[in-house]
Write a protein that binds this ligand. Structure first.
Ligand SMILES: Nc1ncnc2c1ncn2[C@@H]1O[C@H](COP(=O)(O)OP(=O)(O)OP(=O)(O)O)[C@@H](O)[C@H]1O
Ligand SMILES: [Mg+2]
Length: 247
């Protein structure tokens, strides 16, 4: 199976509601793919299926040619399939850098060795500092995460995702709830994500989608309504009717 990520004929229903209808697509290494569509179209459900939060009723998921359909969330993260969440799930009292260090500790399988302090692992401390520089939070390394502005907390989440060295990064509405004044920093970091990391981004911010994505998939009522370049999608009559509105 070619592609960094490939999903094949994924199906998911909740009770009688078919939320994912036979969805197939591939994501190439380093590609920027946006997934857009109206509220309730099934975007988050698709990310939940890909990341292993939910099991599909049918279909398969491949990462770098390996079938991960039966793998746990943690196994997928280990294999390089990493997501951020739509809701903030950070420990408010922890300093920002410690939060990142703990993620690195876990990645390295060191969590069971709590008898040795993180501070005795200089490589981890350095990598955490580097990650905070990458997302522009180095000046806030010692601040409790809960004291950060909302947009800054979204940057911490991105640092935590990057700490897992993703080959494929799934971003579910990274700009949701971020005030205009803070959005510039976040988009700069999104623009600067590693070129080797394939990114699947869900966003309702169409400026960001059309600037960042090299390809766009439009979901409506659980199925792929359209797929193509930003120019194709911008002018697609069914997409305009279902989501973007008249030109
Ligand atoms: N755990 C669940 N149980 C029952 N129904 C669910 C569940 N999760 C999602 N749904 C339903 O599935 C449909 C798709 O939801 P989903 O959250 O995937 O949409 P979305 O495209 O991410 O929407 P939004 O843009 O608002 O985030 C909706 O009708 C939703 O109510
Ligand atoms: Mg959603």
């Amino acid at each position: 199976m070619s592609g960094a990520l490939r999903v094949e004929k994924l199906d998911k229903s909740f009770g009688g509601l078919r939320v994912t209808r036979t969805i197939s697509f591939a994501l190439q290494a380093g590609e920027r793919l946006a997934l857009i569509g109206p509220n309730g179209a099934g975007k988050t459900t698709l990310v939940n299926l890909i990341s292993g939060v939910l099991a599909p009723d049918a279909g398969r998921i491949w990462l770098d040619g390996a079938d991960v359909t039966a793998k746990s969330q943690a196994q997928r993260v280990k294999a390089g399939l990493v997501r951020t969440f739509q809701l903030t799930t950070l420990a408010p009292e922890l300093p920002v850098q410690r939060q990142v260090e703990l993620a690195l500790f876990e990645r390295e399988g060191l969590t069971g060795r709590a008898w040795r302090s993180i501070d005795t692992y200089p490589a981890i401390l350095r990598e955490a500092q580097d990650l905070l520089c990458t997302v522009g939070l180095n000046a806030l390394a010692g601040a409790p995460t809960g004291s950060l502005a909302y947009g800054e907390q979204r940057l911490v989440e991105l640092a935590l995702a990057l700490a897992m060295r993703p080959r494929v990064l799934l971003l579910d509405e990274p700009m949701a709830g971020v005030p205009r004044g803070e959005s510039g920093r976040l988009t700069a970091v999104l623009d600067g994500l590693p070129a080797t990391t394939a990114v699947l981004i869900i966003e309702h911010d169409m400026d960001l989608v059309f600037r960042m994505a090299s390809r766009i998939i439009v979901l409506a009522e659980g199925a792929v309504l359209a797929e193509g370049s930003p120019d194709d999608i911008r002018t697609h009559p069914a997409v305009r009717a279902a989501y973007l509105g008249p030109a």
